[in-house]
Design a protein around this ligand. Sequence first.
Ligand code: BGC
Length: 749
Amino acid sequence: MKKKITIGLGCLFLLALAACTEKSQSTDKKLETHVENLLAQMTLEEKIGQMNQISPWGEPTQIAEAVRKGEVGSILNVVDPVAINALQQVAMEESRLKIPLIIGRDVIHGFKTIFPIPLGQAASFDPQLVEAGARVAAIEAASVGVAWTFAPMIDIARDPRWGRIAESLGEDSYLTATLGAAMIRGFQGSDLSDPTAIAACPKHFVGYGAAEGGRDYASTFIPERTLRNVYLPPFEAAVREGAATFMTSFNDNDGVPSTGNRFILEQVLRKEWAFDGFVVSDWASVAEMIAHGFCKDGKEAAEKAVNAGVDMEMVSGLYVAHVKELLAEGKIRMETIDNAVRNILRVKFRLGLFEQSHIDTEAPSVFYAEAHLAKAKEAAVASAILLKNEGDFLPLTDQIKTIAVVGPMADAPHDQLGTWVFDGDKNYTRTPLKALQEEYGDRIRILYAPGTAYSRDRATDGIAAAVAIARQADVVLAFVGEEAILSGEAHSLADLNLQGAQSELIAAVAKTGTPVVTLVMAGRPLTIERDAEASRAVMYHFHPGTMGGPAIADLLFGKAVPGGKLPVTFPRTVGQIPIYHSHNNTGRPYQGNETLLDGIALEAGQTSLGNTSFYLDAGNDPLYPFGYGLSYTTFEYGNLSISADRLRPTDELTVTFEVTNTGKYDATEVAQLYVQDCFGSVTRPVKELKRFARVALKAGEKKTVSFTLPVQELAFYTIDMQKKVEPGDFNLWVGPNSRDGLQTTFVVE
Ligand code: BGC
């Protein structure tokens, strides 16, 4: 006792930390001993079985037999707890070595209670909320025996034509790394062996989001420097956060499919980052290396995948078919197989599956628990982005007596859930129409005429009815956007205007003179310039999930204040893509005052002098920049100061500034810090997000915000491919988005 008093609090803390580290080391040692003991008893067939993941096929008895024989290590897409218990029972009681299965499922933005799609969650810029959403998803999924989710998707997505942008956390590497790590914390909880924890699987490793032309599965061409500076950091952060597994991507990068890419799997993931979980292929991506033209048959595909470091194969069955023979031929080494199995068993032990793989099917259901729905609503509110609010038209006041609700997304319980909803039930969805009727129907006349039946509907005969109710109303609420099936995997688009007759619908109701508020629910940024022009206000909701309706009702009437910011740049037109805030400069940078198409004189003579890099017909400015989003209040930034204007690479820079709520509503502002490294041994982005913070401010309140930025975070892969901070001049901005803000400069010596 005396001893403790004399060493003081700080030391006590250090001692506790040391004890903790010791404990985790000894647990690890114990775990590794379990792994080795088990491995030593396994036949080659049982090892290959662990490396095999199946999706249910044939009769349940056939699957049970394969599990009994130790031919299966994992099953995906079984969610019935009775079926899972039965399979685990076969694995744990009837198979020779009693190794549990790991049951996987795509739990992407909720299991039953559906949260906004990941792109929407990213708009909250709120790691705590994103973590809480993943926690809810894990609790619900784990309750049926799912132990592993194929999420988060942390592919950098800079092309809204790509349907899977919906599943991403947007275009920015730092935001994606931060929120991806938060999701991993939420899924995995504080300890993987907790019964409510599920293993995360950051995906798709790597580069998948850079698909040429935004066409899903297309080739990518990301050079190593860009890979390391932009695409890899979120995955490195995921390893640091303790992600249990990784998934390879479908694409070939510069000619090498990820599933056969030793450089990313062996060099980067294992050697540089010391990842000790397991790597799974994407669905049949081992077999798909044949279609890529990278392997001539299934046998060569298995050889390349195993040797690259893909520990478990998802559904192609090529490991089971060929690994034994490849080993006999000396094309795969026993050590490689053993390491793959070690990685898989390690995760199964960490998950506590050997102790508790049985689900209590009599336990009360946790699906759609009140607390889960409340979190989903909070996330839907925080994800809403106010893009336009002419004359402070929103929030709606009690002057509003009649509302005309139009548009195909006003009452679309399936579609507002978004992509990747395998388990959520649309009967639990609260749509905006129903929420408005329930909450305001007694005070406000709510008229409803969808105008078009669904987002792709080209029929215009319903528009007259929408116009008729618009004439009787004080405001039109136009709910437009995309059906869930128009985004997500394999659902890329070449045209990003509103589909079907939706723009005609907005134009027609706007023509009545009744003010129009356009509310977009979509899986991606859409090119809505003309629709925004016709509207007094525009609020954007990346598919908002189960509780989208009540969230929108609260936002419209000012019970909640929008504070979401764009996690991705909105182009004016598809031809501007790729368009993202952290691009490099050309030698002739766009100035913003260039003469566009209509300003050019007839028969003007050709000149290249004084020209810049831009589109004649669209300019280079986006419709809305990255980080943009309005509020019902206004914020002012002031008094920017930095701790030093000359720094050494080992220093920390402290950036301080004030944010004042100059409007009438209590609200939260997402303050953002950007940096530009002005001159480098290679060209550097014009701006990079380095920090953000949610700042809650009462009306009239002022707060001082402070960011600490170690100079080491300005390091990048230089001309000699070393990660270094290069001395030189830097620009720094703080502000409400990637375009506006206060600027200062500093020098790194
Ligand atoms: C997708 C993955 C997903 C897997 C399993 C694939 O088609 O690319 O993201 O996890 O299927 O459903």
